[in-house]
Design a protein around this ligand. Structure first.
Ligand code: MC0
Length: 147
């Protein structure tokens, strides 16, 4: 089941300046920084709130580390702004993706990949989701291999 907005992904050119904007303007706390080579991004996670399933909701600020990454391509076309929304699962992310695929939505990965803070993630095609690139997230510690 999808239980939360896990994060909203925001593409930006200057990660540090964008983090500073969110901290200074809204008072959000320390950022968790990470580089995801596979996705071609450096990112900062700003926690907004904890959620009823023991997880949390975040803003995810993303800047590309390669010109051929999805975020670089998207930034070149659209400029800075909201890039995707991510829903959190309370169970296995592949099971969730399979259920959604059975409704005719294209799942972009055959198997979950590595996301922020040890999570397992997959994506749904924006053209099948009314123009919204949609990510599914299973937080760290809930996959069979984590137990
Ligand atoms: C592309 N499109 C989007 C979009 N990206 N629409 C809404 N939101 C987006 N973010 C639209 C384009 O405008 C275009 O529409 C059509 O989809 C095809 O896009 P494209 O530019 O030709 O690019 P493709 O087809 O090569 O790739 C699009 C696709 C790709 C969504 C398949 O970006 C992808 O695989 N994304 C998933 C991975 C990802 O985004 N990673 C970055 C975040 P028109 O109408 O012009 O044809 S990594 C992350 O978030 C991790 C670290 C985490 O959360 O832990």
């Amino acid at each position: 089941m999808l239980t939360r907005i896990d994060h909203i992904g925001i593409a930006c050119h200057d990660l540090e300046a964008t983090v500073a904007f969110y901290q200074e303007t809204y008072g959000f706390g320390d950022a968790h920084y990470e580089t995801n080579q596979e996705q071609g991004v450096r990112e900062a996670m700003l926690r907004i709130n904890t959620t009823g399933d023991g997880a949390a909701s975040y803003l995810q600020l993303l800047t590309p580390i390669r010109d051929d990454s999805p975020v670089a391509k998207w930034l070149a076309k659209n400029g800075e702004g909201v890039h995707h929304i991510a829903f959190g699962t309370d169970g296995d992310v592949q099971d969730e993706a399979d259920g959604i695929a059975s409704k005719g939505v294209r799942v972009l990965y055959d198997a979950p990949r590595n996301g922020s803070m040890g999570s397992r993630i997959t994506f749904l095609h924006p053209k099948d989701c009314h123009g919204v690139l949609t990510e599914l997230v299973q937080k760290a510690g809930t996959a069979p291999q984590d137990g």
